[in-house]
Design a protein around this ligand. Structure first.
Ligand code: CUK
Ligand code: CUA
Ligand code: CA
Length: 639
């Protein structure tokens, strides 16, 4: 075991008093501590000592050239707006799926197909995604979809996993900033649950600015996952942070850090306790059916009132007080607990899901009677994950650690038994937010790998200027002890990630010709009498010109077309190559036009030919030895 010396001990040996540094800032000024815990000195380990330290684990996570990973991960791209696909354990980035951003390589946000999916919100060039989650059937991944939130522009999007493209995007009405997002696990993902974070006045027309006003509130959103429409909304007290669903299909829970409905830091930290709001989704569905809802403004979405009226709870909400400004909300993979992570409290609160029917039936004196344990774990607990063996792993933002603890032991300790529920604390680098173990959000949590998504990388990588990458660390949790085996720099900002077994996701190798992704374009072609797979034709319709062409490496079916200055030109390209990996591109030089056309795909883009003259277009995805020669010309006659 001499070579499996833990790397974190080496860091300690360099004399860096990290514990000391963090201890000084820890929790004293509450919010200030969270912000202030960033200024570490340098602690660089030699490559030799690192290699020795991880030799065993390394053999396990090394994926040799030509080998494939065991797990496929979906990473949020944060305020960069995309979703990234990684292989685990190699941590290799396999693909990027643009969603709430504009992507020059694929033409997301530029093509007609993507803009139709983005709808009204295509006008926004930014997004801020946090929580990617894979659809489930019977509490297991079914490989159909990934759903993701956009905090910046209050949207929820869906990614089809067979083609790894976003196929639906909706803007949530009556709300500002969708943050927490989770899926119904059982019996299947009928609903997407989405927290609107910020309290706003209703109507928000400039007449009310007071957050304490009874018409100031935020809402829990229940979205039909298949239709991608909001099924109903539930008004809550306070605000909403993160959420998760149970394994019965009846309950969900959400954390609230601003029970104060304050507008500033001091105000939001005033109460010693905020709460977890628990939703009885079945009861809410009943209330909607019974017509006990209102609608707001132009929106037709049924809105239920889940606020307390004095001491009176609604039929579908309960508020469980938990310590100060809780953040993450995680359902244990054994289905027993909703775990609220304390953030400003060193504890997490374990809410026993089996007690919730009694809570809703009015059989418990105090909502706190649902608390099975409130273990003290360390400073700044943010998120928790599970290994399927009864252990939980919680990130400690301020301590820069992951703590492994045993849930059953925590419950025994809460009852007064003398038992140490903490199994191990592992240093991570640095300030971890989310944490995710393989398959942990399903009933199949397998306790193999854990990712700690660290907010700061500081000294872990070569310097790249004032803006640093983040650091997603891979930790082997298959044994008794957690072992840190890999540092993965990531660009802003993977709040969260999710891991599925590779056999659970089955993407297509080439497109199917009748794919709904480009059905709108197919319908347009049909109206124009075009056979997309064979025709190379220019259709004029007033000042609108539609150029239909095929592409097959290394040439376009149309190599020259003529339009008049000011014409609105739509280029529709069908890639008739049938060979996997032969994607073509289309770039019209000096027109801001770029798109991907993968094998058997049809893609289209519309732009104005506003400059007279000869304009080259070319293929941008390297497809053939003669890829450079895959070009054409648009001739624009002056108006
Ligand atoms: S949140 Cu970022 S660390 Cu948006 Cu899930 Cu907790
Ligand atoms: Cu076609 Cu490059
Ligand atoms: Ca608070």
């Amino acid at each position: 075991m001499s070579n499996s010396k833990k790397p974190e001990n080496e860091v300690e040996k360099t004399g860096l008093s990290r514990r000391g540094f963090l201890g000084a800032t820890a929790m004293t000024g509450a919010g200030a501590a969270l912000v202030g815990a960033a200024g570490l000195g340098s602690a660089v380990m030699s490559r030799e000592s690192w290699a020795a330290a991880v030799k065993d684990a390394k053999l396990k996570y090394h994926v040799a050239p030509g080998e494939l990973d065991d797990y496929i991960g979906f990473w949020s791209g944060g305020h960069q707006g995309e979703v990234r696909v990684l292989g685990i354990p190699s941590m290799r980035e396999l693909m990027r799926i643009p969603v709430f951003n504009v992507d020059s390589a694929t033409g997301w946000g530029i093509t007609n197909e993507s803009r139709a999916i983005m709808g009204e919100s295509a006008k926004f060039l930014n997004g801020d995604c946090h929580h990617p989650h894979i659809s489930m059937t019977d509490g297991k991944y079914d490989g159909k979809y990934v759903f993701i939130n956009d905090k910046a522009n209050t949207r929820v999007a869906r990614i089809r996993l067979d083609i790894m493209k976003c196929d639906k995007m909706i803007t949530i009405p009556n709300c500002q900033a969708i943050h927490g997002l989770r899926l119904q696990k059982v019996p299947y993902t009928k609903y997407v649950f989405a927290n609107a974070e910020f309290v706003i006045p209703h109507p928000n027309d400039g007449k009310i600015f007071d957050l304490q006003h009874e018409n100031s509130y935020t809402m829990y959103n229940v979205i039909d996952a298949e239709k991608m429409e909001v099924a109903f909304q539930i008004i809550v007290d306070g605000n909403l942070d993160n959420t998760d669903a149970d394994y019965t299909g009846r309950f969900t829970a959400a954390t609230c850090y601003n029970s104060e409905k304050a507008y500033d830091l001091g105000g939001m930290m005033r109460n010693e306790r905020d709460w977890v709001v628990v939703f009885d989704i079945h009861a809410a569905e009943k209330a909607v059916k019974a017509g006990k809802f209102i609608t707001l403004g132009d929106s037709k979405v049924p809105v239920l009132d889940g606020r307390k009226k004095g001491d009176q709870d609604s039929e579908f909400t309960r508020y469980i007080p938990v310590p100060k400004n809780p953040h993450g909300c995680n359902t244990s993979s054994d289905g027993r607990y909703f775990i609220a992570n304390g953030k400003l409290s060193p504890t997490v609160s374990m809410i026993e899901i089996a007690k919730l029917p009694d809570l809703f039936a009015g059989k418990l004196k105090d909502p706190r009677d649902t608390i099975a344990a409130e273990p003290e774990l360390g400073l700044g607990p943010l998120h928790t994950t599970f290994d399927g063996r009864g252990n939980a792993y919680t990130t400690l933002f301020i301590d820069s650690q992951v703590v492994k603890w045993n849930m059953a032991d925590a419950v025994r300790a809460y009852k007064g038994e003398k038992v140490n529920y903490i199994k191990q604390k592992l240093d991570v680098h640095y300030q971890p937010g989310h944490i995710h173990a393989s398959l942990c959000e399903t009933s199949e949590a397998d306790g193999q790998w854990l990712i700690a998504l660290c907010k700061f990388s500081k000294d872990r990588f070569l310097q790249v200027g004032p803006l640093h990458p983040e650091n997603d660390q891979l930790i082997d949790i298959s044994g008794e002890e957690m072992k840190l085996v890999h540092d993965g720099p990531t660009y802003a900002e993977p709040h969260d990630c999710i891991l599925a077994r590779r056999d659970q996701i089955k993407p297509k190798k080439i497109w199917e010709r009748n794919d709904p992704f480009f059905a709108g374009t197919t319908a347009m072609a049909k109206k124009d009498g075009i056979n997309l797979e064979t025709d190379n034709k220019v259709i004029r319709d007033g000042n609108k010109v539609r150029v239909y062409m095929t592409s097959m490496a290394p040439s376009y079916g149309v190599q020259e077309f003529t339009v008049k200055q000011g014409d609105e030109v739509t280029v529709v390209i069908t890639n008739i190559d049938q060979i996997e990996d032969v994607s073509h591109g289309f770039v019209m030089v000096n027109h801001g036009v770029s798109m991907e056309i993968s094998p058997q795909q049809t893609a289209s883009v519309t732009f104005v030919a506003d400059k007279p003259g000869l304009h080259w277009y070319y293929c941008s995805w390297f497809c053939h030895a003669l890829h450079m020669e895959m070009v054409g010309r648009m001739l624009v006659e002056p108006a």
